[in-house]
Design a binder for this molecule. Structure first.
Ligand code: PEP
Length: 247
């Protein structure tokens, strides 16, 4: 089995300000005792300032447009991200799917554009509580992954990351147990392996959903969990560092 990259990714959502950018940058620039690649995904305006200060951690965006240019007021393209050293982009977060109506097809289009522009997609997938209770978890996640793989091809996942984020665990304080999460991570890896074993072996699959300094170690110790996508706890500098050190 190959060694996979480990990542701990901060998703700040519509939170954070220049003060937090400064504190988090100073703390992460000095973080040496983790093997994880630390990634911060703030709101768009802060990407330029992180890029200009040549931070030692990776920069990610929370979203991008499915269009390349033109009359699309308010949109930000993949090439604009790439010009500001944005290495990752979160795509298909459940909040984008539920609140902004992003379909699997739109997410697949964004994924293709990100890859084309050298920005690594972090593709989020996950089931709602109702879907889990109806035993539909694998069907839902399988369809979310397949929609993108069918459009871009499995080889496009070579530089990508998948984040399993059960919708019922996001921002709720309810975390999937390490065993529950591992089961879904294994399912996702097997699905990718059915197309390409090598891609599956090297694909980082992150867990997201109320990850904190208390539960991270247990989650990250699972065979198919390669780090975390962290919302609320990533707004607290010391806690985010502690999550990073749990890898
Ligand atoms: C997220 O929004 O990606 C997330 C995982 O949030 P939280 O950690 O707050 O549940």
């Amino acid at each position: 089995m190959s060694v996979r990259r480990r990542l701990v990714v901060a998703n700040w959502k519509l939170n954070g300000d220049l003060t937090l950018i400064g504190k988090m940058s100073a703390a992460l620039n000095g973080l040496t005792d983790t093997t994880a690649e630390m990634v911060v995904c703030p709101a768009y305006p802060y990407l330029g300032s992180l890029s200009a200060s040549k931070v030692k951690f990776s920069i990610g965006a929370q979203n991008m447009s499915q269009y390349t240019s033109g009359a699309f007021t308010g949109e930000v393209s993949a090439s604009m991200l790439s010009a500001f050293d944005v290495k990752y982009v979160i795509l298909g977060h459940s909040e984008r799917r539920a609140i902004f109506g992003e379909s699997n097809e739109i997410i697949a289009e964004k994924f293709a554009l990100a890859v084309k522009n050298g920005v690594h997609p972090i593709l989020c997938v996950g089931e709602t509580e109702e879907q889990r209770n109806n035993d539909e978890t694998e069907a839902v996640i399988g369809a979310q992954v397949k929609a993108v793989m069918d459009k871009v091809g499995v080889k496009a996942f070579i530089d990508a990351v998948i984040a399993y984020e059960p919708v019922w665990a996001i921002g709720t304080g309810k975390t999937a147990t390490a065993e529950m999460a591992q089961q879904v991570h294994r399912f996702i890896r097997q699905q990718v392996a059915s197309e390409d074993q090598q891609v599956a072996d090297t694909l980082p699959i992150l867990y997201g959903g109320s990850v904190n300094a208390g539960n991270a170690k247990d989650l990250f110790a699972q065979a198919d969990i390669d780090g975390g996508l962290v919302g609320g706890a990533s707004l607290k500098v010391e806690e985010f560092l502690a999550i990073g050190r749990s890898v």
